[in-house]
Design a protein around this ligand. Structure first.
Ligand SMILES: C=C1C[C@]23C[C@H]1CC[C@H]2[C@@]12CCC[C@@](C)(C(=O)O1)[C@H]2[C@@H]3C(=O)O
Ligand SMILES: O=C(O)CCC(=O)C(=O)O
Ligand SMILES: [Fe+2]
Length: 347
């Protein structure tokens, strides 16, 4: 089922995509400034800096990640080709359910009052079946690029997880017992936000948090990502635009890292705005535990003065709650001061 018209060849914005009267929305906030941390992976103070960034911002950029620009360019060009295919071709691989693989809108889109200025494509596991349908004669280059990218990103993901877990006070042995999903099963989310003649009236992607441990985001150099910054010395709650710096990845902290850190690390709310002149392409790589692993607040962080704030949850459980409850998903596993689960009817 498609949630929106698939070609964005509109002369003016159709009412179905016009968000301009909707600024009563709970996530409405002014756009303001603030400097999102940039972290050098070779920095001798990496652990400390990454811990601060996770706590204070829940988003940061990384440099010196060791991934060759060539593979990023290839990913960008494969994505460009994918979204440039005619609508009929893309519909051959349309998603058939809310959060399965394929072409379409995002799983939480039914929670929004309007359609997003966006086309998405979810890859879960091997891209082969779909690629054969999209490019019957030459599917191998798409697959090769995706597989190569996954391999590179998976090892980067591990380095980041490792640094973040160290920053939470875990030791090597404990870290080895915190598995992440096998790269062959991992999900990627490819996004295209076409240029829009009237960008102030549309939204590329509605506000949300990601539900995994963390998301590694590649972008093609067209800006648009904004994060919701809480009130601080610089100003009130506001949207801060994530700068686009060539060859740097954006890292977002997701719900499961928030749970694991017992609420210390910030699962940042983010959204995407659209450009008048350029198509934005982005690819998210979602780091999560294996499907059957329950994530719970680290025992190290729990003591006589601090009880666990969340009860254990697997990622498929949390994703299901997110699709049902959108921004209230974590409330379904929240434990109050008296040790009661606030809303356990949702599991
Ligand atoms: C592997 C994933 C992770 C997903 C679902 C599936 C594919 C697309 C991801 C997103 C992207 C948009 C927000 C979100 C909340 C959504 O609706 O789809 C994300 C969700 C998650 O972060 O859990
Ligand atoms: O396109 C972007 O910059 C962000 C995409 C995103 O938030 C997501 O796919 O979860
Ligand atoms: Fe996201």
């Amino acid at each position: 089922m498609m949630h929106h018209p698939q070609n964005f060849q509109f002369d003016s914005i159709p009412d179905s995509h016009d968000w301009s009267d909707l600024y009563y929305h709970p996530f409405a906030a002014p756009v303001g400034s603030g400097s999102i941390p940039v972290i050098d992976l070779n920095d001798p103070k990496l652990i400390e800096k990454i811990g601060m960034a996770c706590k204070e911002w829940g988003v940061f950029l990384i440099s010196n990640h060791g991934i060759e620009p060539e593979i990023l360019n290839q990913l960008g060009s494969q994505m460009h080709q994918l979204f440039a295919l005619p609508v009929e071709a893309k519909l051959k691989v349309a998603k058939t359910d809310g959060y399965g693989a394929g072409y379409g809108g995002i799983p939480i889109s039914p929670h929004f009052p309007k359609y997003m200025w966006h086309e998405g494509y979810i890859i879960t596991g091997s891209p082969l079946d779909h690629a054969q349908k999209l490019w019957p004669d030459d599917y191998s280059s798409f697959c090769a690029v995706i597989e190569e990218y996954k391999k590179a990103i998976n090892s980067l993901g591990w380095r980041l997880m490792h640094a973040i877990l160290l920053s939470l006070g875990m030791n090597e042995e404990e870290i080895n017992h915190t598995p992440i999903e096998d790269s062959s099963k991992i999900s990627m989310h490819l996004n295209s936000y076409p240029a829009c003649p009237d960008p102030d009236r549309v939204l590329g992607m509605g506000p949300h948090t990601d539900s995994g441990f963390l998301t590694i985001l590649y972008t093609n150099g067209v800006s648009g990502l904004q994060v919701l910054r809480h009130k601080d010395d610089v100003g009130p709650e506001r949207w801060v635009t994530v700068p686009v710096i060539p060859n740097k990845f954006v890292i977002n902290i997701g719900d499961l890292m928030h749970v694991l850190s017992n609420g210390r690390y910030h699962n940042v709310v983010h959204r995407v705005i659209v450009s008048r002149t350029n198509q934005r392409l982005s690819a998210g790589y979602f780091l999560r535990p294996p499907v059957d692993v329950k994530v719970e607040p680290l025992s190290k962080l729990i003591g006589p003065k601090e009880g666990p704030v969340y009860k254990p949850v697997t990622w498929p459980e949390l994703l299901r709650m997110k699709c049902m409850l959108y921004d209230k998903a974590l409330q379904a596993i929240k434990i109050d001061d008296l040790g009661r689960v606030l809303d356990d009817t949702k599991l």
